[in-house]
Design a binder for this molecule. Structure first.
Ligand code: ACO
Ligand code: PYR
Length: 525
């Protein structure tokens, strides 16, 4: 592969606040990154942290990488120390990886103030470390910290670090925007000047961008456009402070927009799945609005979008979502037009193409209901029931009808709070009354309703309320606040979401509960 996709999720990604990979996590992350087709996996800093040392030891027997090679990360030798006697450098060799990436100071201000040594000694540290690694059979990469800031301040010193590393045998010298302050135009200009001043071809340079200006992906793409063939990224942009260039957006941009193949055939399609699996391992909720791979990356809300998408989805998508393994979705809200309703219904298996009146009625009902606080965006099951009911002129079969329900909450002398609900329903022509207790009024209602219905619908025992979200909406025109409840229900095979709205939280919950059971039972019948 002409381009080197260098992933540093396990090193720089782990520097994100809130991430703490176990060794088992690291092994799982490495397998997924390899499956995604990156060429290099920087696994951590052996010798700095026991977990990283253990990761490299276990990787030798537990990882069977198909696309990637493992990289151990560390620093150049300490100032005024023989490289062969530097334990940190020895730990890099002990990791037994084919590639070692060492971070070197390339801004003279950091050399003098942070390392507290001279420019010449820093060059010797780079030279000795690279030579020692190469002599020990390693491919050596050098991450030049604060490269762009250093180059702006003292271009000749920073250029001398690049030349020293290359002359000593480094395979790549990586220009790091460590403080993440660059913009794409600055990156392009700097790379042109670096190549001129050092005489080192852009082919031998790499790029590593932190995301402090929110330009890490754009900066990385700009560097590749300027001729750089090695770029460093992290999954989902995890990394120190705001993070790094997101691997998925970066490779997608480079492959799909610049037309340069950087992953093996068939790998880009795994982006969405791998991104979300890596978020799980990091224990970070996936960013639904992440470019390319987020659940909302191809979700369309505006009616005008949907009307064009009906003609051709690419009219409103910058790429076909399937090329990164994602899907397009149509959201139904007050911003929907008839085309949105038609496309969303089609997504749910209902063809409304020959039903122009139903399309108009459903569109208007959705707008009216949303004006009253309803939200169908996340409640596909309630929307589907609404459409099916309209198609049948309001005669959609319901599994039961309500005569009444009553809920009471009792605070007892001993401090316990118990809710009790009684429901009276008609099921298959019979009147059934059931009472149940619960840890709250909604739980008690749910239990009582199930008790009343289970004999007729035994499959109800598989239904479980998996999520319950309550939102209090401000009343308009001085009216009382209203409550919107979203219920997620599952039966082990699938999950569905329903919505209920009312001034009374129990009634809002009841409405969502009735939809949940109606939808679930209809799907199973
Ligand atoms: C830009 C980046 O993000 S690079 C990645 C940075 N990652 C990390 O720092 C995570 C892992 N780090 C660690 O576990 C620890 O910092 C260690 C083990 C590396 C070092 O710990 P300590 O020995 O306690 O040193 P400490 O962290 O206080 O200071 C770093 C030392 O490295 C030196 N140093 C910094 N950069 C370099 C370099 N490129 N080459 C050689 N030495 C360096 C500093 O001058 C300082 O030396 P000193 O101890 O003689 O003052
Ligand atoms: C090496 C690195 O992570 C940086 O300079 O940002």
């Amino acid at each position: 592969m002409e381009y080197q996709v260098f992933d540093t999720t396990l090193r720089d990604g782990g520097q994100r606040e809130g991430i703490s990979y176990s060794v088992a996590d690291k092994l799982a992350v490495a397998k997924l990154l390899d499956e995604f087709g990156v060429g290099f996996i920087e696994g951590g800093w052996p010798g700095a942290m026991p977990k990283d040392t253990e990761f490299f030891a276990r990787a030798r027997t537990e990882l069977d990488l198909k696309n990637a090679v493992l990289v151990a990360f560390g620093a150049t030798r300490k100032a005024n120390v023989d490289v062969a006697a530097d334990p940190q450098v020895q730990a890099l060799l002990d990791a037994e990886t084919p590639v070692v990436c060492v971070v070197a100071k390339s801004d003279i201000r950091h050399v003098e103030r942070a390392l507290r040594t001279t420019g010449d000694e820093n060059l010797a540290m780079v030279r000795d470390t690279v030579r020692h690694l190469v002599a020990s059979g390693r491919r050596a990469f050098v991450d030049c910290e604060h490269f762009f800031d250093g180059f702006r301040h003292d271009p000749e010193y920073t250029a001398s670090v690049v030349r020293t590393a290359i002359d000593a045998g480094a395979e790549r010298v990586i220009m790091c925007d460590t403080n993440g302050g660059m913009l794409p135009s600055m990156i392009t200009k700097a790379i042109t000047e670096v190549v001129e001043r050092t005489g080192v071809s852009a082919d031998l340079l790499g790029i590593h961008c932190q995301n402090d200006t929110s330009c890490a992906v754009a900066n990385t793409v700009a560097a590749v456009e300027a001729g750089v063939k090695h770029f460093q990224c992290t999954a989902n942009g995890y990394g120190e402070r705001p993070g790094n260039a997101d691997l998925f957006a970066t490779v997608s941009n480079i492959q799909l927009k610049l037309g340069l193949q950087v992953l093996p055939d068939g790998c880009l399609e795994k982006a969405t799945r791998v991104s979300s699996a890596l978020a799980e391992i990091a224990n970070i909720a996936p960013d639904t609005h992440q470019a390319y791979v987020g659940a909302a990356a191809f979700a369309h809300k505006a009616g005008l979008h949907a009307s064009a998408i009906k003609v051709d989805p690419l009219l409103y998508n910058h790429v076909d979502p399937s090329v990164v393994g994602n899907d397009m979705r149509i959201l139904v809200t007050e911003m929907a037009g008839r085309a949105s309703i038609e496309l969303k219904s089609r997504e749910l298996g209902i063809d409304l193409a020959g039903h122009p009146d139903t399309l108009s009625t459903v569109t208007q009902r959705v707008k009216d209901l949303e004006a009253g606080g309803w939200s169908f965006e996340a409640a596909d099951a309630s929307f589907e029931l609404l459409v099916r009911d309209e198609l049948l002129d309001g005669k959609l079969a319901r599994p039961f009808s309500l005569e009444s329900y009553r809920v009471q909450v009792e605070h007892r002398e001993n401090g316990s709070v118990v809710s009790e609900a009684t429901v009276k329903v008609r099921v298959r022509g019979e009147r059934v009354i059931a009472t149940a207790e619960g840890n709250g009024p909604v739980n008690a209602l749910d239990e009582a309703l199930r008790a009343a219905l289970t004999q007729s619908y035994p499959q109800l025992k598989n239904f479980e309320l998996t999520d319950f979200k309550v939102r209090i909406l401000e009343g308009s025109h001085g009216t009382n606040a209203i409550t919107r409840v979203l219920l997620e229900t599952g039966d082990g095979d699938r999950d569905w979401t329903t919505v209920g709205v009312h001034e009374n939280i129990v009634e809002a919950s009841w409405v969502a509960l009735v939809d949940a059971l109606t939808y679930g039972l209809a799907e199973q019948s």
